[in-house]
Design a binder for this molecule. Structure first.
Ligand code: ANZ
Length: 831
């Protein structure tokens, strides 16, 4: 379309969607408007969105997150920032490997095909990514540095191997990190997770537990609440005490971990985890058989069963007693499955009055219950763990070296800790629920762990000049999970000379969890082609921390915690000068259909390609952005991409109706329309910055309506205010509907491209509200109406009223008794 036929656009004139999309993709390819320049003098902004697994082509979920993210990235460009908005692929992992097994091919084949398809779709979708910086985590050029980083962690003692009972997914035949076990099942495949004794690699994330927690206080201002809360809970800091109980006939005391040392007088038994070595050691000879029988039973149960809260309490008396360190009283020691072996010390002081699990256990086993906190009058539960005065500590009439009766919980806690510390029978401690990150996987499609095991030298780092340790070529059924890593089957690859002594040694056959790959990718984008280091520190420091991270809330504790941990380590290594990688964060909701998550089995999937084919990219993007607040789910069944398309065509028709020339002097243009335009542009900026994209779109729709009215029944198409409004529509729409925006811009007589022309300037004077009418009454009768500024002061309004001729006439020289002013609306004069 050109200017010439613009005036002939009819009511239903539209543009050819397919042709327009092809046309502008070519222009963008040529002009490359979104390439980030490291050396630009402009202020830098880093817009990051979570990179996807290339498990197929893009779907509705990607369409949503990319549309939302693009609003901000494009907005920043229009505001004059230099924007880094990169995209890559998290391309190691199970989907590619499972497809390779199915199709008897190499995972790379599937991966590359999907990546090529996804990039093409992203381009068609007009996502403003800088493709010159793309990479895949499964490229040796990338994983070489993942391995390099692993070795740096290893050298610092932050990567280590240990033997323990780990989470095992019997379906995927691999270990899982605690973070990957959700409700007792594998978060990938849903299989029930079991425990297995294995030697595995860990990252020492627990060294950073306190700092990871403290950092949240600041992030709280710019991160979604639910992510901050999830991380706080996951880190799980609790303050309490270690308390030593002396066991009759044993030198070593048994230490318990408690968050409620103030309840020590209510301790009526001790319980230890049945599967802990401690339990096996403590059990008396007489109880050994019963204990072992019980333990075998428990081992058969899955973690899900064990952790179920409604599970009946079970246990075995170990046949020994322990002395309460404060009262000296002897209490029985039991083994049970509700105490976890790997939390705290694996031993608990049983306080049935304060802990519900202990209450149920005591009730089941017939053990005594003593309350130590006064319960509120209206409390009708069993164990009570809330606030209240301490009682029975000691019990009335009995003597004890410590008396905390009457103290509120917090004070009773510290008094008890002080006493235990003085007696050397306990110590105040801080405990974290966070465990070290188990990172080794017994799967093929991941970065090999760059360690060589030597019978003489032990664990030896692969020398830096031998990185990357590339994957041996395995395909099809060789990749099948066998419980041990498939890499073990590649004998030639496995057997190597020890880098230290030259003797026969073997490579580590595990690969790294893909979350390792994604813990540092945001740094790599800053210098993606550097083949001398993982990233260029100066460039990273110039671009980062990233100003906005857009992605799914499902990553609240996994990826987002790991990435923060990596950043802290990299800062300690002196490689980056900040300790948090992502300053602000936005989580999008899900795209659902008919109230349900889209799924194959429900047959309610919506195909992105079909939608794009039917309505075009812009209408789909607009629909997703306009649907509601970005955090909310979008039910596609309630959406109207047709409606979006109609709106876009209405906006586009404006550009054909404008008859003034580019650069026309707008100062004499229609004031009302100019005001609407100025207000819209001004508010749109604030709305984008507050992530209220849907409201921003609504405001653009209003501006389109106002402009249409001005053309048809107001100032007419030749008024420069109409051009001003239409140009503003085009620029604002470039954040959401880039094809339509470009077409409009071109029809308005401009050179391509609109995407970086700059945010429209707003004349502040146009933002000042129109005047409001103030009513002046004398003796209860309206005597004047004054046009005043909406923020007129009471004094000015009163003065204006008094100066009015009509008012003076009404007062007629009578003495004024009282003047009531309600600015800016009313002045009431009593005479
Ligand atoms: C006595 C007590 C009295 C407790 C009371 C609570 C309330 P968090 O906040 O999760 O750290 N505990 C300690 N180690 C445990 C283990 N290995 N398995 C199961 N439970 C364990 O909770 C710590 C509390 O959980 C500890 O404080 C202990 O019970 C229990 F009125 O000790 B408490």
């Amino acid at each position: 379309m050109t200017q010439d036929n613009a005036a002939h656009d009819g009511e239903r004139a539209t543009y050819d969607i397919a042709a327009t999309e092809t046309k502008w993709q070519r222009v963008w390819e040529e002009l490359d408007p979104f390439r980030a320049d490291d050396d630009s003098p402009r202020e830098k902004r880093y817009a990051l969105t979570m990179f996807p697994y290339p498990s197929g082509d893009l779907h509705m979920g990607h369409a949503e997150v990319f549309a939302l993210h693009d609003v901000v990235a494009r907005y920043w460009w229009q505001r004059g920032y230099e924007v880094l908005n990169p995209m890559g692929f998290d391309s190691f992992g199970l989907p590619a490997e499972n497809a390779a097994i199915r199709n008897d091919e190499h995972p790379d084949t599937y991966t590359r095909a999907n990546i090529a398809k996804s990039i093409e779709s992203c381009k068609k979708y007009a996502a403003s990514f800088d493709w010159s910086r793309t990479f895949n985590t499964s490229d040796p050029d990338y994983y070489r540095w993942t391995q390099w980083l692993f070795l740096e962690f290893f050298k610092r003692g932050l990567a280590y191997r240990k033997n323990s009972a780990v989470n095992w997914c019997p379906n995927d035949q691999t270990v899982l990190a605690n973070e990957q076990v959700v409700g007792g099942v594998c978060d990938r495949c849903g299989a029930e997770v079991t425990k297995k004794e294995l030697t595995q690699w860990y990252f020492k994330i627990t060294d950073y537990a306190q700092e990871l927690l403290d950092g949240l206080d600041d992030l709280e201002k710019t991160w979604p609440d639910r992510v901050v809360t999830a991380q706080r809970n996951w880190i799980g800091r609790s303050e309490g005490a270690h308390v030593d109980f002396i066991i009759a006939g044993r030198d070593e005391p048994v230490t318990v971990y408690t968050t409620r040392p103030d309840t020590i007088f209510g301790t009526t038994f001790m319980v230890v985890a049945v599967d802990s070595p401690l339990a096996a050691e403590l059990v008396s000879d007489g109880q050994r058989e019963a204990f072992e029988g019980y333990r075998d039973e428990v081992r058969k149960a899955s973690d899900i069963e064990r952790l179920a809260t409604d599970r009946a309490k079970t246990g075995v008396d170990l046949g020994i007693t322990a002395a309460n360190p404060v009262t000296g009283e002897q209490i029985p020691v039991w083994a049970t499955d509700y105490v976890l072996a790997d939390y705290g010390t694996g031993a608990v002081m049983g306080v049935p009055g304060g802990d519900q699990r202990d209450w149920e256990f005591a009730t089941t086993m017939g053990l005594p219950i003593v309350r130590t906190t006064e319960v509120p009058a209206d409390f009708d539960g069993e164990a009570y763990s809330g606030e209240g005065a301490t009682i029975n500590s000691p019990a009335p009439g009995s003597a004890a070296p410590l008396d905390i009766n009457g103290l509120p919980v917090a004070e009773a806690k510290s008094a008890t800790i002080e006493f235990l510390e003085a007696q050397k029978t306990g110590k105040g401690t801080v405990n974290f629920r966070l465990r070290d990150w188990l990172l080794s996987r017994q799967r093929y499609w991941g970065a090999p762990i760059p360690i060589i095991h030597c019978p003489v030298d032990g664990e030896v780092a692969v020398p830096e000049d031998q990185l990357p340790v590339t994957l041996p070529m395995l395909r099809g059924s060789d990749l099948k999970p066998k419980g041990t890593s498939p890499l073990g089957g590649a004998a030639e690859w496995v057997n190597v000379a020890c880098p230290t002594c030259g003797g026969p040694a073997t490579r580590d056959t595990d690969t790294m969890d893909t979350f390792v790959d994604s813990s540092w990718y945001m740094f790599r984008y800053c210098s993606p082609h550097d083949d001398t280091q993982p990233f260029d520190s100066a460039k990273v420091n110039a671009w980062m921390p990233s100003n906005l991270y857009v992605g799914g809330v499902e990553h609240a504790v996994l990826h987002l915690l790991y990435g923060r941990f990596f950043t802290k380590v990299l800062n300690d290594m002196g490689l980056v000068d900040f300790r948090e990688p992502w300053s602000a964060q936005l989580n999008q909701g899900f795209v659902i259909n008919q109230g349900k998550k889209m799924s194959k089995s429900l047959g309610n999937g919506v195909d992105l390609g079909d939608q794009l084919g039917a309505f075009g990219v812009d209408a789909v993007r607009l629909t997703l952005v306009f649907a509601g607040p970005p955090e909310d789910d979008i039910d596609w069944a309630n959406m109207s991409p047709e409606g979006s398309l109609r709106f876009l065509q209405r906006a586009w028709r404006l550009s054909g109706d404008v008859t003034s020339s580019p650069g026309a002097d707008v100062s004499t243009g229609d004031l009302a329309l100019r005001r609407t335009t100025a207000r819209t542009v001004h508010d749109a900026a604030e709305l984008v910055e507050a992530y209220r994209f849907n409201v921003m779109v609504a405001r653009v729709m209003e501006l389109v309506n106002a402009t249409r009215k001005a053309i048809d029944s107001g100032c007419g198409p030749a008024d420069p205010a109409v051009r001003e409004a239409t140009e503003a529509v085009s620029i604002l729409l470039s954040l959401v509907a880039p094809y339509t925006a470009e077409e409009m811009w071109e029809r308005l007589g401009h050179e391509p491209t609109v995407v970086r022309v700059g945010w429209p300037e707003v004349d502040e004077a146009l933002l000042v509200e129109d005047t409001v009418t103030a009513v002046v009454q004398v003796r209860g009768k309206v005597r004047a109406r004054l046009e005043v500024s909406p923020d007129v002061t009471e004094a000015d309004l009163e003065a204006a009223a008094m100066a009015d001729e009509g008012v003076q006439r009404a007062i007629d020289g009578a003495p004024v008794r009282k003047v009531i002013v309600v600015a800016p609306k009313l002045v009431n004069i009593v005479v």
